[in-house]
Design a protein around this ligand. Structure first.
Ligand SMILES: *[C@@H]1O[C@H](CO)[C@@H](O)[C@H](O)[C@H]1NC(C)=O
Ligand SMILES: *[C@@H]1O[C@H](CO)[C@@H](O)[C@H](O)[C@H]1NC(C)=O
Ligand SMILES: *[C@@H]1O[C@H](CO)[C@@H](O)[C@H](O)[C@H]1NC(C)=O
Length: 456
């Protein structure tokens, strides 16, 4: 056997390992030198309480699952096998029962290394994927699986988006097949069983330096299910039209993503969209999102200091790093107070000192480049953009740099010469673009596969 690469040295790593021998009672403690926490509990390695009846039902279920995998050639009695995130050990017992003697189960709870050498297993199984550290989990599967070995995962997620997220996560593997099988009880929903095979040789790490990106077909498919774009200019644009939005997480399962990120570009005060909309209304599937608030106006900065899990970027999202002048029209801010937003329009610094007074000098940064440095394709990324007209610069820049493909769902408030409430037929003089130009921006994004929503 080859030596283990590195010993886990984190005392808090909480990997509970249970080795269930064929007679089912003796737990072999062989982890002491690894400084892992070991819990000795025969029925119940992860603190999950189930009845004897449920135990035998689970074992029967897994027996038939593994029998099928043997028939198909993914597993054999000689396979050295590992059950990951085993909750009750029934999957391991089922393997032994059907004659796969060399089987072991591990409860992998936190980040850390599995206490096994590289290329140890012919077969790995995860009946209940719910990792808090998906990339670490995937790389441990990759490390411990032999080249050509099979990894079988059961998941409740059955849409193409989640399957592709899974493949992105386990990108060292080749998809062999997937199919839907019965759940544990006749009353429970069916489960998707995905079979992956570790590829031979060195695998390329994701991410190409190429700027071009194309949105894969399964994502384009989602656009067909999204709410249609509003083709006709709204006659009363001050009435919110948000309620028709079909959010991505209402269409697909987002479990197999690495991180969950929300970026509010032009965040204004916390309550204006992060607090009132994203936190309250966006369907998050119980995931913890990290929030980035991008807001150049100093008036809003103070309150972000006390917000946990929110990172404030006190700059203006722009197409390159440069100093800008930021018009902060106090008057407009006041009239819009009930919506909690002001009107900050960004102007390039070329017009120099004539702005003194009404303008603040601020730092603009290259949003597209920052996005590429901050998130990856394995992350689930939601962006809301309300940037007072800069969207006509930022969106093309996102497309040109390929950063657009990192965004799973995009909400844009497009600024045009809207009709005004005060004076029928009069248009706001603040913006030059027309509704048609906004619509073209949305249509072209959707045509290139970006799930974008109109935001009001
Ligand atoms: C796994 O970790 C989570 C938090 O990281 C904790 O709440 C849970 O109790 C742990 N489960 C076990 C079985 O150790
Ligand atoms: C084990 O695998 C890891 C990651 O896949 C690699 O970095 C390490 O060098 C390998 N160790 C040995 C002894 O081959
Ligand atoms: C632009 O600014 C960002 C953030 O401050 C920095 O990380 C990046 O290196 C800068 N890029 C250039 C080209 O100067």
């Amino acid at each position: 056997m080859e030596p283990a690469t590195r010993r886990p040295n984190n005392l808090r790593s909480n990997v509970l390992l249970v080795r269930v021998l064929s007679f089912g009672l003796l737990l072999l403690l062989f982890l002491a030198p690894f400084a892992y926490t070991i819990t000795l509990n025969i029925n119940n390695s992860a603190g999950v309480q189930i009845s004897g009846d449920q135990e035998s039902r689970l074992r029967d279920y897994y027996s038939s699952v593994f029998q099928d995998l043997i028939t198909e050639g993914f597993l054999s009695p000689e396979s050295k096998s590992l059950c990951l995130e085993t909750l009750t050990g029934e999957d391991v017992l089922a393997l032994k029962q059907i004659g796969v003697a060399d089987s072991v189960g591990v409860y992998y709870n936190r980040s850390g290394r599995l206490p096994f050498y590289n290329n140890t297993f012919d077969f790995e199984f995860s009946g209940m994927y719910r990792s808090a550290e998906p990339v670490q989990f995937a790389s441990e599967v990759s490390r411990t699986l032999k080249p050509g070995g099979f990894f079988v995962i059961h998941t409740a997620a059955k849409d193409d988006y989640s399957l592709n997220s899974l493949l992105d996560l386990f990108n060292f593997c080749k998809l062999i097949r997937y199919r839907d099988i019965d759940g544990i009880n006749p009353s429970t929903p069916s489960i998707r069983e995905v079979v992956l095979m570790k590829e031979n040789g060195i695998l390329s790490v994701t991410g190409n330096s190429d700027n071009k990106c194309s949105v894969p077909g399964y994502k384009r498919e989602l656009i067909r299910n999204a709410e249609p774009l509003i083709q006709k200019e709204p006659l009363k644009p001050w009435i919110s039209l948000r309620r028709n939005v079909r959010y991505l997480p209402s269409m697909v399962d987002i479990s197999f993503k690495n991180r969950y990120v929300y970026i509010d570009v032009g965040a204004r005060n916390y309550g204006s969209s992060i607090g009132s909309w994203f936190k309250k209304q966006y369907p998050k599937q119980n995931k913890n999102f990290h929030v980035y608030a991008i807001e150049a106006d100093k008036a809003f900065h103070e309150e972000y200091r006390t917000k946990k899990r929110v990172t404030l970027l006190p700059y203006a999202a722009w197409v390159r790093n440069e100093t800008l002048f930021f018009e902060i029209s106090r008057e407009l801010t006041r009239t819009n107070e009930e919506r909690g937003r002001g009107m900050g329009r960004v102007q390039a610094a070329r017009s120099s000192s004539s702005f003194v007074g009404d303008s603040d000098k601020i730092e603009g940064f290259d949003f597209a480049v920052w996005l590429k440095k901050t998130v990856s394709e394995r992350d689930f990324v939601v962006v809301k953009m309300d940037v007072e007209g800069s969207e006509f610069y930022l969106v093309p820049r996102l497309v040109e740099t390929g950063a657009i493909c990192l965004i799973d769902e995009l909400f844009i408030e497009c600024h045009y010469n809207r009709l005004q409430r005060c004076c029928p037929g009069k248009r706001s003089p603040k913006f030059q673009k027309t509704y048609k130009q906004c619509l073209d921006l949305f249509s072209s994004l959707r045509e290139s596969g970006v799930l974008v929503h109109q935001w009001w």
